[in-house]
Design a protein around this ligand. Structure first.
Ligand code: ATP
Length: 220
C-alpha cells in the first residue's frame, strides 16, 4: 500500500505583541491559496531581534493569540518556543517539528516580506531553506524585487525562479512561494502606539484581544 500524501502545515511565527488582523487575514488567505490543512501560530518566547523592555511577557502574548484564533477550527497556537530556554530561534523550532512530526506533515514557514529581507541575520538561516517551504507575504512599503537579490545573494546562488513569478526553488527542492494577500497596513507597533496615545484600536484586531488589552491595561 502506498503512503497517503503528506498533510500541509503552516507555521506562522511572530512576536504577536499583539496579534492583529494583518496576521490573521493573511494567514487565512495562505491557508486557502495553498490548501493548508492546519495553521499554527507560534509566538516567540524570547524574540531574537527585539529588545526586552518593549516585549510583553510570553504568557500574555500566548493568551492573546489563543483568544484571536479560538473560533477557527483550522488554526492552533503552539507554545513550543516557550518550552525551551534562551532566544527563540526559528531554526530550532523547525528542526524540532521536523523530528516530531516526521514525514506525515509538509511544513510551510510563513513570514512577511520585511522579515525575509532580513533573513541573513537569523541563526543558521541557510539551513532553514533546506528543511521546509517558505511562504512570503507582501507588506506595504517593501519591494518584492529585493527578494531575489537576498535569496540568491545571501542564501544560495542556485535558487531557481518558478514560473509566473510565483517564487523560487531551492536546490533541496523546497520552495519560497510569494503569495499575494490583502495588503493591510497594520502592525503591532501601530496598535501599541494607538493605545499609548489613548486612541481607538477597534477593527484592527479581534474584539476578544482588544478587550483583553483594555482589561489588563497593556501598552499604556
Ligand atoms: P511589530 O510592529 O511589533 O514589529 P508586527 O506587526 O510586524 O510587529 P510580528 O509579530 O513582528 O508583527 O510579525 C510576525 C510576522 O507577521 C512577520 O513575519 C511579519 O512580517 C508578519 N506581519 C506582520 N504584520 C503583517 C501584516 N499586516 N501583513 C502581513 N504580514 C504581517
Amino acid at each position: 500500500m502506498t503512503n497517503p500524501p503528506p498533510k500541509r502545515l503552516g507555521l506562522f511565527g511572530g512576536t504577536f505583541n499583539p496579534i492583529h488582523y494583518g496576521h490573521l487575514r493573511s494567514g487565512e488567505e495562505v491557508v486557502e491559496a495553498l490548501s493548508l490543512d492546519r495553521l499554527w501560530f507560534i509566538p516567540a518566547a524570547v524574540p531574537p531581534h527585539k529588545s526586552p523592555p518593549e516585549i510583553t511577557p510570553f504568557e500574555v502574548r500566548l493568551e492573546m493569540t489563543r483568544l484571536a484564533v479560538e473560533d477557527n477550527p483550522r488554526a492552533e497556537v503552539s507554545d513550543v518556543e516557550g518550552r525551551r530556554p534562551g532566544k527563540s530561534y526559528s531554526i530550532e523550532t523547525v528542526r524540532l517539528l521536523r523530528r516530531e512530526l516526521g514525514q506525515t506533515w509538509e511544513l510551510y514557514f510563513i513570514l512577511g516580506l520585511d522579515a525575509i529581507l532580513e533573513i541573513s541575520t537569523w541563526k543558521d538561516f541557510r539551513e532553514l531553506f533546506s528543511l521546509c517551504h517558505f511562504v512570503v507575504l507582501d507588506r506595504p512599503g517593501y519591494d518584492r524585487r529585493q527578494l531575489e537579490e537576498v535569496l540568491r545573494g545571501e542564501v544560495n546562488p542556485y535558487f531557481q525562479p518558478l514560473a509566473e513569478g510565483g517564487g523560487f526553488q531551492h536546490p533541496s527542492g523546497y520552495r519560497v512561494l510569494v503569495v499575494s494577500t490583502s495588503l493591510m497596513d497594520i502592525s503591532a507597533t501601530l496598535i501599541r502606539s494607538l493605545v499609548r496615545a489613548g486612541r481607538s484600536i477597534r477593527y484592527l484586531l479581534p474584539e476578544a484581544v482588544r478587550g483583553y488589552i483594555i482589561k489588563n491595561k497593556l501598552y499604556l
